[in-house]
Design a binder for this molecule. Structure first.
Ligand code: PLP
Length: 490
């Protein structure tokens, strides 16, 4: 960089440096398999490698890139590696990346329509497009009383709708009734709901975490929900919010939306559907059935950044009654007043979310939908599901292992069977196997616990994953399992 006279946004300097950065990134993707997929550094490793204060004078881009290569990349867990099978995926793609780049370049802060009309209008249009791809009911589209909005994460989505539902209920029953409001969900629901309740002032003793087990494949039983609601009504409490999940975080369980939704509706409750992961699969006609019943929902959420090739972050939330959200979250300070907003002619997304500022995130989703098209995206999803089916078959062929829950999407829940049916030892055995395979750096998988059983999770979904990676991953698991079993029995 030049020494004299800072030129922070010189177009020619941008051209030169950005080309070099794109080369750096392309090389990273080309060689991504050379890195250990799970970072192998120890806590605090970076402090020893970088100075403890910022430089007084500019450094060269080359110096910084060298440091990224030598000091930062070793501390990166490579979510885009084809050998990444942990948690759920977080997809990047050329189209998503280009959109992200453009969004960074324009660098607008689009809180009100007037701050960049295109940002608001494109977001409304693109979420209508995605809503139609998912065959969401028309009430969720922006042409009626509803509409879509891009939140950062599913956690923010459930928080904002919980606040809307809370305030709607309090308007009905009186503002002093907060301590009587009750939330319902299953024990498989993401902890984001618990956090939303904490923020929203819902009393912890009023959060009903309904038990699931293998008899329903860990989906929420409508019978249990109905009983819990009746019990609460009988003691004067006010059921107001139900969160169902399509594709739970642990095991992709699918709650029965239609039945649950009818119960929620008949009790005047808000019904939110969290399809953060599995929502993407529902753009395929053969998987759309898993959100049948979404017509009963008041709000629906899926993360395009998980499995729909849109770089993080892009969590799509649709709501049927946008006024409910706006009534909870809108403010109207003098310094933001403008003609379009005052005349009620426009959507101001600041009133649909927690922060004021917001990025131009619809660009990347728009780029993904346009540069790939629905058919390619459907093939992309189907390919991952096919690879997961393939992995499931490999596990099933090895009698030392078992598939624990039925695979629905692209997550396989499995475990190494404990020798001599020693169930107590099974927990440690699988825990050890997880640590051992992840410390090889060759693959990265994660775990969960269902009904007290420790389970390994293998989630196919990284954009670069091919069958050879799945086969190689299975070989790592088999080899390490053999060594571990030998050690345990010896
Ligand atoms: N809901 C489900 C079903 C999830 O699987 C996850 C994360 O994996 C979340 C919510 C939380 O996602 P976020 O990080 O977008 O808040």
């Amino acid at each position: 960089m030049e020494n004299g006279g800072l030129k922070p946004m010189d177009a020619e300097q941008l051209r030169e440096n950005a080309h070099r950065m794109v080369d750096f990134i392309a090389d990273y993707y080309k060689t991504i398999e050379n890195f250990p997929v799970l970072s192998q550094v120890q806590p605090g490793y970076l402090r020893e490698l970088v100075p403890d204060s910022a430089p007084n004078h500019p450094e060269s881009l080359q110096n910084v890139l060298d440091d990224i290569q030598a000091k930062i990349l070793p501390g990166v867990t490579h979510w885009q590696s084809p050998n990444y099978f942990a948690y759920y995926p977080s997809n990047s793609s050329v189209a998503g990346f280009l959109g992200e780049m453009l969004s960074g370049a324009l660098n607008i802060v689009g809180f009100s329509w007037i701050t960049s009309p295109a940002a608001t209008e494109l977001e409304m249009i693109v979420l209508d497009w995605l809503g139609k791809m998912l065959k969401l009911p028309e009430d969720f589209l922006s042409t009626g009383q509803g509409g879509g909005v891009i939140q950062g994460t599913a956690s923010e989505a459930v928080l904002v709708v919980l606040l809307a539902a809370r305030d709607k209920a309090l308007r009905r029953v009186g503002k002093n009734a907060l301590e009587k409001l009750v939330v319902y969900a299953s024990d498989q629901t993401h902890s984001a709901l618990q956090k939303a309740c904490q923020i929203g002032g819902i009393h912890p003793e009023n959060c009903r975490v309904l038990k699931t087990d293998s008899s329903t494949n860990y989906s929420l039983s409508p019978g249990l929900l109905a009983e819990a609601i009746s019990r609460d009504l009988a003691i004067g409490l006010i059921p107001f919010f139900l969160c169902a999940t399509v594709g739970t975080t642990s095991s992709t369980a699918v709650d029965p939306l239609l039945e649950l939704g009818k119960i929620a509706k008949s009790n005047g409750m808000w019904f939110h559907v969290d399809a953060a992961y599995a929502g993407s699969a529902c753009i395929c006609p053969e998987y759309r059935q898993y959100i049948d019943g979404v017509e009963e929902a008041d709000s629906f959420n899926m993360n395009a950044h998980k499995w729909l090739l849109t770089n993080f972050d892009c969590s799509a939330l649709w709501i049927k009654d946008r006024n409910a959200l706006i009534q909870s979250l809108s403010t109207n300070p003098e310094f933001l007043k403008n003609k379009a907003s005052q005349a009620n002619l426009v959507v101001d997304y600041k009133d649909w979310q927690i922060p004021l500022g917001r990025r131009f995130r619809s660009l990347k989703l728009w780029m993904v939908l346009r540069l790939y098209g629905l058919e390619n995206l459907q093939c992309y999803i189907r390919n991952h599901i096919q690879l997961a089916r393939h992995f499931e078959g490999l596990v099933a062929q090895d009698p030392r292992f078992e598939v624990v829950t039925p695979r629905i999407f692209a997550l396989v829940c499995f475990r190494l069977l404990p020798p001599h049916n020693d169930e107590d030892g099974g927990y440690k055995l699988n825990h050890d196997l997880l640590d051992i395979v992840n410390s090889t750096g060759k693959i990265f998988i994660s775990h969960t616990v269902l009904s007290g059983t420790y389970i390994l999770r293998f989630a196919v979904g990284a954009p670069l994953t091919e069958e050879r990676h799945v086969n190689a991953a299975w070989k790592v698991l088999q080899d390490e399992a053999s060594a571990l079993l030998e050690k345990v029995s010896g």
